[in-house]
Design a binder for this molecule. Sequence first.
Ligand SMILES: *Cc1c(COP(=O)(O)O)cnc(C)c1O
Length: 414
Amino acid sequence: MSVTEHQLPVHAPMNQFSVSDGELVLGGERLSLLAARVGQTPFYAYDRSLLRARVAELRDVLPKGVKLHYAMKANPMPAVVGFMAGLVDGIDVASAGELKVALDAGANPLEVSFAGPGKRDAELRQAVASRVLINVESFREVVALEAISSELGLPARVAVRVNPDFELKGSGMKMGGGPKQFGVDVEQMPTLLADIGRAGLAFEGFHLFAGSQNLRSESICEAQQKSFELALRLAQDAPAPVRFLNLGGGFGIPYFPGEQRLDLGPIGDNLARLAQRAQAELPEASLVVELGRYLVGEAGVYVARLVDRKISRGQVYLVTDGGLHHHLSASGNFGQVIRKNYPVTIGNKVDSPEKETASVVGPLCTPLDLLADRMTLPVARVGDLVVVYQSGAYGASASPQGFLGHPVCLEVLV
Ligand SMILES: *Cc1c(COP(=O)(O)O)cnc(C)c1O
């Protein structure tokens, strides 16, 4: 059976950036001029107007009163966090290092929450003193927080991160259900909530985060629904009324051939129903969704320059000055089971009719340093600019920049 080109799965259209004179435009500037302004390749560029548009799109769909948080581990660049802090309702941090960036950026500590397994005592102390909400993930944390609260004369603000008894179906990364290092099992919740009451901590709510990178709105709705029901049950054992109910996120973006953009409509409708029920059943609670990659992922690109063009036994290799040391995810080595290509183009020749099949590789001495495996790309020459789309999340900070001693990349917010 022959497989024709149009039957193969293709990437979702990458039409978030405009094109001028055959070049991608970022932050209102043609890519070649942006590269000149940055002064080096490789670099990441994040487009403010796309960040703003994405938040506006969510605000349109989310019911009023549902809080939108930015999970900054997706992109902790201080300028990005500062920009996002002005757009969203709160910032979620996962370490004391991130907490510092969020507070420096001007985030309101009362709307910052801190999650993660293995919070060290020093981090918990910083969090209590900052008055941020701590998502408790173990019995030990309750004991530590009791001591820290009495030492500082400031009761820790806590929510409980629950490891639910269900999973987020179809998620790229599951972070709840079954045995997990995250949160506390729902079965242990009555004991934990009693401990929190006895310790005199300021209980404020629940945090449920079932998984990441999900493109199926019906799965996300189901997880939100189940999280809400679970929180209603747990609220009966809680030492104080629920003020925050963080339903997680997991909204995905299309990376690979055959994937399509998430349909937000059903999620907005589902949250509207839940928000209405919350008014009656958890009257003091604000619902929260926390999103990382969905807010920033599509607004960013990674840009590297072609330093060589080689042909090996008939296969074209485009060798760039960037690679997996800056962009582990695009190389396929950050959690992917089977390697697939991110959307890639030649950013200064995007609409060139001259095309070829080529692989894009980096300068590292390992075959893992692969940014595109036999893709159809505009024909490229040394000096051209390779662009990896969908690179605004889990890029620079999620990559082993020290590996092999090449220069680090820059990041710009444009
Ligand atoms: C990683 C993480 C997020 C962000 O996930 P995305 O897939 O980037 O949206 C949100 N909440 C928690 C608790 C996380 O660990």
